[in-house]
Design a protein around this ligand. Structure first.
Ligand code: RIB
Length: 309
């Protein structure tokens, strides 16, 4: 039997259709792409895979459609060391889809069809409440219905399961949900929507973090792209730089960061070390194309950190 700390991830599963092109099409414009691939993605699944490959003991609460790609994704998740017992197959629905453009600079632009992800309702969450209650931590994002994220957070709080929220894609959130969160990991866009503060400097990051502390969140991690991460614990803040690498595309970089970060925390690594571990995982991910295909395994993260000294 595993002695590893237990992680529950709740979130989305998508089939990503990724088209690389020189520039994003403007309205009315057609751009011929350079490369196309279908890869497994979805913020929930990417974070679950990042945790599984980094070595966490993990169960994933999610929904796929009753289609061929849904079945193939379930099989792949198992190979990524994830307990997929709480992944439900939804009759009459298609697996979620993300249409992703990647431009010449490696930036992306994403449109989503939720499909089976919309079936991850509060009733579905309730069916898997034991998974949440028995976990040491619950990691969630916002590609699932908001009322389900809230329901899961309530169950977690009732069982002293730590709640980590990656508030992506960006949206405003009720104070009731924020008060149930132990660690929040917004990027600059997301934190501006949550706090009204545009983060252009460390001082801005400190002020935005304080707004989130005031809403009841003890730990705030603001991801700042090339500038690293602003880590604020109860108002004591520091910026932890990332590792400079040549990016191919940034799809799932944030997801990889989140999955690796919580894995390190469950191993009781100190917070700054957990952030560096997550930076290393994300740095590897951006050097590879796609979402889950880019997510590194533990041996790769450890080797990368060793190389950095
Ligand atoms: O964060 C990247 C993910 O966002 C992609 O895998 C895509 O599915 C969208 O959900």
């Amino acid at each position: 039997m595993s002695t590893r700390a237990k992680l529950a991830v709740l979130g989305s599963i998508n089939a990503d259709h990724i088209l690389n092109l020189a520039h994003f099409p403007r309205p009315g414009e057609t751009v011929i792409g350079k490369q196309y691939q279908i890869a497994f993605g979805g913020k929930g699944a990417n974070q679950a895979v990042a945790a599984g490959r980094a070595g966490a003991g993990i169960a994933f609460i999610a929904c796929v459609g009753a289609d061929d790609i849904g079945e193939r994704i379930r099989q792949q998740l198992q190979q990524d060391r994830i307990d997929i017992t709480p992944v439900e197959t939804v009759a009459g629905e298609a697996t979620g889809v993300a249409m992703i453009f990647v431009n010449g600079e490696g930036e992306n632009s994403i449109g989503i069809y939720s499909g089976a992800n919309a079936a991850l309702t509060p009733a579905c969450v309730a069916r898997h409440q034991q998974v949440i209650g028995e976990a040491d931590a619950l990691l969630m994002q916002l590609e699932s219905p908001l009322e389900s994220v809230l329901a899961a957070a309530r169950i977690a709080r009732a069982h002293q399961t730590q709640v980590i929220l990656n508030p992506a894609p960006a949206t405003q959130l009720a104070d009731e949900l924020l008060a149930l969160v132990d660690i929040i990991t917004p990027n600059e866009t997301e934190v501006e929507i949550l706090t009204g503060i545009a983060v252009n400097s460390d001082d801005d990051a400190a002020r935005a973090a304080q707004v989130l502390h005031d809403k009841g969140i003890p730990t705030v991690l603001i991801t700042l792209g090339r500038r690293g991460v602003w880590l604020s614990e109860q108002g004591r803040g520091e910026r932890i730089p990332g590792f400079p690498v040549e990016a191919v595309d940034t799809i799932a970089a944030g997801d990889t960061f989140n999955g690796a970060f919580i894995t390190a925390r469950l191993e009781e690594k100190p917070m700054p070390d957990a952030v560096r571990f997550a930076h290393a995982a994300a740095a590897i991910a951006v050097t590879r194309p796609g979402a889950q295909p880019s997510v590194p395994w533990r041996t790769e993260i450890d080797a990368f950190l060793q190389q950095q000294g």
